[in-house]
Design a protein around this ligand. Structure first.
Ligand SMILES: [Fe+2]
Ligand SMILES: [Fe+2]
Length: 354
């Protein structure tokens, strides 16, 4: 793929921008029949956090407010919006309600994915009351969309180990809290998914949304889904599969068999890479493509937006980072995996700050 400058990118994306970057993702589906093409936007990980009463952490509010405003400016207008999970920081009703109040400014229908920060205080009760089922599927212009709740865990951990929901939520909210438990989709949803996919033609593009990656990246930080292989096996017969996930607050990409994996950035803050954990050299599995990105210690470097162009089931994504160089990650047919078109082999990509 040729180098794409910012002007060409924006022209190609058809996005109207006054200035700056968008903390949302825009996805364009490309089909042989142009009338079938459509776009959708993706916003994730706002972590709305209550300090006291009606006072909330301002930075997290601002990230979400900005993404809503800029989504509404997109031209062409996205057909719908996906919200990738972690509306709240500690699962409180007040946090979910405050986040949804901001999101109510969107003009399009929003499809929601549940994050662990929305779940572990009351086991998703308030989230479901406001938003409905936590797993479902629908078809849109020839594409089959599936939403999974991937942040469940073992019953014993969920129901028997903690004094109350607050303690349970606080443990799960810690990135490296060793008392946490691995995420999973679970048997019930896997049975549902199998049934759901049974009615879908194998040539139909399938797009799956989850909160945690449906691949195993690093268990210590729950960049992980315990039953990832079983989900992948159910998706294997389909020719065109893309999985989009939030949770990791950073750029990640991978290819496992027929499935392309792409993370979305957060509107709140970036997480570091697992390999930057000083205790271990690397936790990346063999199949994961070595990745690079902006500096996580500059808060807005890894918050931004991405334009996703899907041709023949392969995604080419351009990440526009607020304070750093634009990155393009495109499918490389020679290596059969998505790769950063400029920085793939750089251990440390150039930083605009230095
Ligand atoms: Fe998150
Ligand atoms: Fe999360």
């Amino acid at each position: 793929m040729s180098k794409l400058n910012r002007r060409e990118l924006l022209k190609g994306a058809g996005v109207l921008l006054a200035a700056g970057t968008l903390p949302v993702s825009m996805v364009e589906m490309a089909f042989a029949d142009n009338s079938k093409n459509f776009t959708f936007a993706y916003i994730s990980d706002s972590h709305i956090q209550q300090i006291k009463g009606n006072i909330f952490v301002r930075n997290w509010d601002r990230g979400l407010i900005r993404s809503v405003a800029e989504t509404n400016l997109m031209d062409p207008k996205p057909d719908f919006v996906f919200y990738g999970g972690d509306i709240a920081q500690l699962g409180k009703k007040s946090e979910i309600d405050h986040g949804l109040e901001i999101l109510s400014g969107l003009r399009q229908k929003v499809h929601y994915v549940m994050g662990e920060h929305d779940y572990y205080l009351d086991l998703g009760e308030h989230w479901k009351k406001r938003l409905g089922p936590d797993y479902y599927s629908f078809d849109h212009k020839g594409v089959h969309f599936v939403v999974l709740n991937s942040i469940l865990t073992y019953d014993d951990w969920t129901y028997n180990r903690w004094a109350d929901g607050v303690e349970r939520m606080n443990v799960m909210a810690g990135l490296d809290d060793h008392r946490g438990s691995p995420f999973m989709v679970g048997e019930k949803q896997r049975a549902w998914l199998k049934k759901d996919l049974a009615g879908v033609d194998l040539n139909t593009p399938v797009i799956v949304f989850s909160h945690s990656p449906l691949q195993k990246i690093y268990r210590g930080w729950n960049f992980w889904t315990e039953d990832a292989e079983q989900i992948q096996a159910l998706l294997k017969p389909f020719k065109k599969v893309n999985v989009f996930y939030g949770h990791v607050h950073q750029i990640q990409y991978n290819q496992i068999g027929n499935i392309s994996f792409h993370s979305a950035m957060a509107t709140a803050w970036p997480w570091p890479y697992p390999e930057s954990n000083a205790k271990d050299a690397s936790h990346l599995p063999k199949l994961t493509v070595q990745m690079n990105r902006a500096d996580p210690f500059f808060e807005r470097d890894a918050t931004g937006w991405q334009y996703i162009d899907i041709h023949s089931g392969n995604a080419a994504m351009t990440f526009s980072l607020t304070d750093n160089s634009t990155r393009t990650v495109a499918f490389n047919p020679e290596t059969n995996r998505p790769e950063d078109t400029r920085y793939q082999n750089n251990r440390i990509p150039p930083q605009d700050h230095y």
